[in-house]
Design a protein around this ligand. Structure first.
Ligand code: CO
Length: 504
């Protein structure tokens, strides 16, 4: 019989090959959303389906289960945070989830979701929830079947959460979100009552696209995104694709009459990209060379977009540059007014357009609804009513129709239930990491004001990026900051920013 070390090497070699197949699919997926001509859609779907099938077959091969079993009982994994132990722990998790789901269920979910997304687009356009509702009911039924098949012993909603944020629980989220919600509703209310309204019109003047691209790239490079190992292209819905070592693709969209739309989406995606570029190449394809969770990934995009990119110190350095890049739009604007405009807080209906403060309330509403749908017996037909009622309670306004209410997001139509909380987790993790970085790295504001971002990036690389999946998200936050996740750092950040801006 082969010794454990060589079994482990065989397992890793196979896992790396599966990852290479996955990265081929990533290139095709990136191309589909950037340069592929419309007519190529059918052929591309076949290419992707072939790759997905090959990946599934190899990832669920009994051989992998056998390798894992042999290694699990050996000394190789006796230290739970060693490279081998981490890889085996996470590969076991992925393998068990993959083999527990019957192929028929996976295919049925994919089929139903494809149709549901088409219908959702039409329903959103017509603001006709009744059109979408039977499809959502089907999706919810299939998600219940998925929970039964996975049979994790957790509550159904926890099982779904685990897909996006391994180890996260409803109980923990409820603890953190409920503290955040009360203080946030109060802060957003006080901002509204302050009567102060920054002049947002300065952001909707004319911003030529070529200059937007150049300025966005300059800022992304300066905060630490490496363009020798990455690109920036145009798409409808901005995303970042970490294709593999030396190749991280960012995308954005440009609007001549909106500065923030592309600039902050470039900063956001560059944040995701800096994380991907900071992963340890030596471990590529294995859990030790992979990002931890959607919540931690989002913490990095939010950190570079909001905690850095919307900070006063950042614009101390960049305002003269943005003014020089867009003289027609900004020559008569002061740094103070520009900073206030990019930090406007106002309740709005659409999540993706929400500001840094109100955004989290949009997520808590979805978290409550998802829980009620999965664990609490809420029916799909009751969603619009409950949505609008909760929205009014949190944000003080009622959506005029379902397009601006419960039909706005694509997630549920694609079977993505349990995904939304990771967005708010991203903000919470970002705040707690950032507070710790301030303590460890020195005066970040003074550094940003000089256009220096490397000390922060190096700290994040050491503490988070290079660690791969050594820790689960809820462990990592304790390892790095010494405390479990709390809503307090985020509230401290929001108060420190908005109280002086709004004079409250
Ligand atoms: Co993101």
């Amino acid at each position: 019989m082969a010794d454990v070390e060589s079994i482990y090497q065989r397992l890793i070699a196979e896992i790396k090959q599966i990852a290479l197949l996955g990265s081929c699919a990533s290139v095709l997926g990136w191309d589909k959303q950037t340069y592929m001509p419309k007519g190529g859609a059918g052929h591309r779907a076949e290419q992707l389906a072939l790759l997905v099938g090959m990946i599934h077959e190899r990832a669920t091969a009994p051989q992998i289960g056998d390798y894992l079993t042999e290694i699990e009982n050996s000394d190789l994994v006796s230290d739970p945070y060693s490279e081998a132990a981490v890889n085996v722990r996470e590969l076991r998790r992925d393998y068990d989830r993959a083999i527990k789901l019957p192929r028929s269920l996976v295919e049925e979910l994919a089929r139903v979701a494809t149709i549901a997304q088409q219908v959702w687009r039409e329903a959103r356009e017509k603001s006709d929830y009744a059109l979408f509702q039977p499809h959502l009911t089907k999706i919810l039924d299939l998600k219940h079947q998925e929970v039964c098949a996975l049979n994790t012993g957790e509550t159904p909603y926890d099982t779904l959460l685990d897909d996006y944020e391994p180890g996260e629980t409803t109980e923990n989220l409820t603890r953190v979100f409920s503290g955040l919600r009360d203080e946030l509703v109060e802060l957003v209310g006080a901002i509204a009552e302050s009567g102060k309204k920054p002049d947002e019109n300065i952001l909707t003047r004319t911003y030529p696209i070529n200059q937007q691209e150049e300025f966005g790239k300059t800022a992304a490079a300066q905060i630490g995104f490496n363009f020798d190992n990455g690109r920036l292209d145009i798409t409808t819905h901005p995303f970042c694709s970490g294709i593999g070592p030396g190749d991280t693709r960012l995308t954005t969209r440009y609007n001549t009459h909106h500065f923030s739309e592309s600039f902050f989406s470039i900063m956001h995606e560059a944040g995701h990209g800096i994380y991907d570029q900071g992963l340890n190449d030596e471990y590529y394809g294995t859990p030790m060379g992979s990002s931890i969770s959607l919540g931690i990934h989002e913490s990095q995009s939010r950190m570079w977009e909001n905690f850095v990119g919307r900070s006063e110190a950042f614009w101390t350095h960049f305002f003269p540059k943005v003014q020089a890049a867009f003289p027609d739009a900004l020559s008569d604007v002061s740094e103070r007014d520009f900073y206030a405009a990019i930090n406007t807080v106002a309740p709005s209906f659409i999540r993706v357009e929400a500001d840094e403060a109100t955004y989290n309330l949009h997520i808590m509403l979805r978290f409550e609804l998802e829980q009620a749908l999965i664990d609490g017996g809420l029916k799909a037909e009751d969603i619009p009513g409950v949505w609008n009622e909760t929205f009014e309670k949190y944000l003080g306004i009622t959506p005029p129709d379902d397009t601006q209410g419960c039909l706005q997001d694509i997630h549920w139509s694609g079977g993505g239930i349990g995904y939304f909380p990771t967005y708010a987790l991203g903000n919470l993790y970002a705040a707690q990491f950032f507070e710790q970085a301030r303590q460890d790295v020195g005066d970040l504001d003074a550094q940003f004001a000089e256009g220096v971002f490397e000390p922060l990036k190096n700290w994040l690389t050491e503490k988070i990026y290079s660690q791969g999946q050594r820790y689960r998200a809820n462990e990592l936050i304790e390892v790095v900051t010494g405390k479990p996740l709390s809503h307090e750092p985020l509230m401290r950040h929001l108060r420190a920013k908005y109280e002086p801006l709004y004079g409250i």
